[in-house]
Design a protein around this ligand. Structure first.
Ligand code: ADP
Ligand code: ZN
Ligand code: ZN
Length: 713
């Protein structure tokens, strides 16, 4: 095949040993390092045009370099499975039946002797766009009737061509927009002036400030220009409620990309976005790879959320890719949140991002009142103080709802022997088994191992085994005992496993009857529960003493997000934090001065310690059956790097054991690279990793590179 026939970004069938594989052409070269007799020609070209728009293709090339990940796997993330398997890029157009001109003109009485056909004719007259057989069958018109009409040349088949979901001259709105408050209006007008330029925006709106309404009105403006909008939401944010708000507002086609789609549905959504047929695309992390022919804007909602960073394989950050993509496509990228990550706040401080604050709650909702409840000397009833229980009673009596937050699922975090102190430890991890009650079993949350609950201690034989600490299941038991008359609903990964469970629970909450909700961080995210007025964080101390430098940031985000569920409509909200650290400076600053002040304090500390965002990190992780192999490998890496560094002011920290050294029977260790500039990491790593791959040490362990790691474990 001559090179001039090939265009970059198209697929080919290729011979690979005895197999045939599909490949994507990523570059054309006149020379090859491989001997000519070993080169084989491609078998067949599958596309005439590139699969991805240039901007997206370049984003993939860039991401491959930046994240030090093979381009093939990057493209695997970007392309729908069926395209990777060689499927066609033709959209499955619906086959419809519509009248021919003859059919439009004929008098239905002419079909008197075939009354069913006459009926079908009249039906189709009401539907000039035609109807699918499915729709016709539901109106009791069978394929045989249609066949007869086609035979008489009264009906023809047609493939639905690109139909606009609304006439572009008309408003794209299906319902009127809300009247914006001053801050929201300023946000909308400022951002919409930047419609055709790359503008990164940090929309920092407190919980309940009406960020979604700002998105909706910005999207409206994009739609009026016939542009498409991509909306990224956290995994858990993709609830039917979120999607419904978009569907209620607009008349245009909306594509929702979620894990429940079949491969074919995913391909069709992808193709429709690529051809411009859908105007709004909503999806989680991987939706950042959805092509758009007329891109207008990218929105990253809850930009601080950890789910935007892929934690294995190709470890990209969808938020950072959104920024890169926005630059290539010359469009605004809006990062919205009540609790910006410190990287984004730093970018705003440096004026690299346009900073737009929303400081007031929308409508007549007011921010909640915080109360730190010192539980050091108080007697607790399974984790609940008497003060909290009283507040719960009071709230329920007023007909309102209570939300309890506890970030530990299961019944209790560990099982201990009262006589000898033995604890149920997972043999494969540095972690204890969590007790689950329904059904009763022990489970390791790190490797998934399950076993039955022993009735006697394997060390001393004592039968006095006790659950220690509490998880959401136990909290649920306690609350049900204390409030036997009240509906109690637990929300965590276990209680929402069943399909649709979450949306049923949310519907029940929205009925507004007094009830107690309790759960893990699943309840912290984005939900709007109008009748929740009391929120309690049962144990606020969890994140205060972690060794990860991002722990305080994540803890503060969680507290603010959970608290943000309180008092979201006219009624005042209250947030109670039970703590044994009521004097902790971080808690005090966060609650008295707010997230921004807390974050500025954290930024100062990060700057002093030269931690991100004041430096850039790469983490090399290794995993092997024993510790020595891990360390030998990482020491080898360290030596090689040190030899290459020259005057590169990069720092090598480690190797050290990972915070959880043993997981699923394997040892984990890591080496951290810290650079004052982003580019230094790449300069060093790109040639180095290519070399490392061919060394024998690299074949004895599983290893990976994580650029801009979020979790240092
Ligand atoms: P956020 O995403 O910032 O937490 P939402 O967009 O969910 O906030 O808005 C919170 C509530 O306020 C929603 O019920 C929304 O309909 C309402 N709301 C938003 N903007 C306005 C407005 N301008 N006037 C009245 N109500 C509003
Ligand atoms: Zn014992
Ligand atoms: Zn385990």
């Amino acid at each position: 095949m001559a090179t001039q026939e090939c265009s970059i970004g198209t697929r080919f069938t290729l011979p690979f040993g005895k197999r045939k594989l599909i490949g994507l052409l990523i570059g054309i070269s006149e020379h090859s390092e491989i001997a000519p007799e070993k080169l084989r020609p491609a078998l067949k070209a599958l596309d005439t045009d590139a699969l991805l728009p240039d901007s997206l293709f370049n984003m993939c090339l860039w991401a491959s370099q930046y994240y030090q990940h093979p381009i093939g796997e990057v493209l695997n993330n970007a392309l729908p499975t069926l395209l990777r398997q060689g499927d066609s890029t033709e959209l499955n157009r619906e086959l419809r039946h519509k009248l021919t001109t003859k059919g439009e003109l004929i008098d239905a009485d002419d079909l008197k002797r075939a009354p069913r056909q006459a009926k079908a004719l009249l039906l189709l007259r009401e539907h000039p766009q035609g109807l699918t057989q499915k729709a016709l069958s539901s109106l009791s018109v069978t394929p045989a009737h249609i066949k007869a009409l086609r035979h008489k040349e009264l009906v023809q088949q047609t493939h639905m061509e690109h139909i606009r979901s609304w006439p572009i001259a008309e408003s794209p709105l299906a319902e009127p927009a809300l009247h914006l408050n001053e801050e929201q209006a300023l946000a909308v007008s400022t951002i919409s002036q930047k419609q055709n330029t790359f503008t990164p925006v940090l929309l920092h709106g407190i919980t309940g400030s009406g960020k979604t309404e700002v998105y909706l009105q910005l999207i409206e403006k994009s739609l009026c220009e016939d542009k498409q909008v991509l909306v990224l939401v956290p995994e858990i944010g993709l609830t039917p409620q979120t999607v419904q708000r978009f569907r209620n507002r607009f008349r245009c086609a909306i594509s929702v990309l979620h894990s429940g789609l079949t491969d074919n549905q995913r391909l069709q959504s992808w193709l429709k976005a690529r051809s411009g047929e859908t105007h709004i695309i909503i999806g989680t992390r991987s939706a950042i790879f959805t092509p758009m022919i007329r891109p207008g804007m990218i929105i990253v909602d809850e930009e601080h959320d950890a789910s935007f960073k892929q934690q294995d394989g190709f470890r990209y950050s969808a938020r950072d890719l959104a920024l890169y993509r926005g630059k290539k496509e010359n469009i605004p990228v809006i990062l919205g949140t009540a609790t910006p990550c410190l990287e984004s706040l730093h970018n705003a401080n440096q004026k690299r991002f346009l900073y737009i604050p929303l400081t007031k709650r929308a409508g007549d909702a007011r921010p909640p009142l915080f109360q730190l409840l010192d539980i050091r000397t108080r007697r607790l009833n399974n984790g609940l103080s008497a003060e909290l229980i009283e507040k719960m009673q009071h709230t329920l009596k007023k007909g309102e709802q209570v939300l309890l937050f506890l970030n530990r699922r299961g019944y209790a975090p560990t099982l201990i022997c009262h006589d000898c102190g033995w604890m149920a430890q997972c043999p494969r991890c540095d972690a204890r088994y969590t007790i689950h009650k329904n059904p009763p079993h022990l489970r390791c949350h790190h490797c998934g191992d399950k076993r039955t609950i022993t009735s006697s201690c394997p060390e001393c034989g004592s039968r006095d085994l006790l659950p220690v600490g509490q998880g959401t299941e136990k909290l649920e038991d306690t609350v049900r005992e204390l409030f036997p008359e009240t509906t109690v609903q637990r929300i965590d990964r276990d209680s929402t496993r069943r399909k649709d469970a979450m949306s049923q629970i949310i519907q029940q909450i929205h009925q507004g009857k007094p009830m107690i909700l309790l759960g893990t961080q699943m309840i912290a995210k984005g939900h709007h529960f109008p009748n929740v007025t009391l929120v309690a964080i049962v144990d606020a101390d969890g994140g205060l003493f972690s060794c990860d430098f991002r722990a305080p940031e994540h803890m503060a985000q969680l507290i603010i997000q959970v608290a943000g569920r309180a008092g979201r409509e006219g009624k005042a909200g209250e947030v109670v934090l039970q703590t044994r650290q009521p004097e902790h400076p971080m808690l005090i600053r966060l609650l008295q001065e707010g997230y921004r002040s807390f974050a500025d304090g954290e930024l100062l500390q990060r700057s002093a310690a030269q931690l991100p965002p004041y430096s850039y990190l790469a983490l090399i992780r290794a995993e092997a059956a024993n510790e020595d192999v891990c360390f030998d490998f990482l020491n080898h890496v360290r030596e090689l790097l040190a030899a290459k560094m020259g005057d590169n002011p990069l720092k090598l920290l480690g190797p050290v054991p990972a915070p959880m050294t043993r997981r699923a029977g394997k040892f984990h260790a890591q080496l951290l690279l810290q650079a004052p500039q982003r580019s230094l990491l790449n300069q060093l790593l790109t040639p180095f990793l290519a070399e490392l791959e061919s060394t024998k040490e690299a074949r004895r362990v599983r290893w990976s590179v994580d650029i801009d790691p979020v979790d240092l474990y």
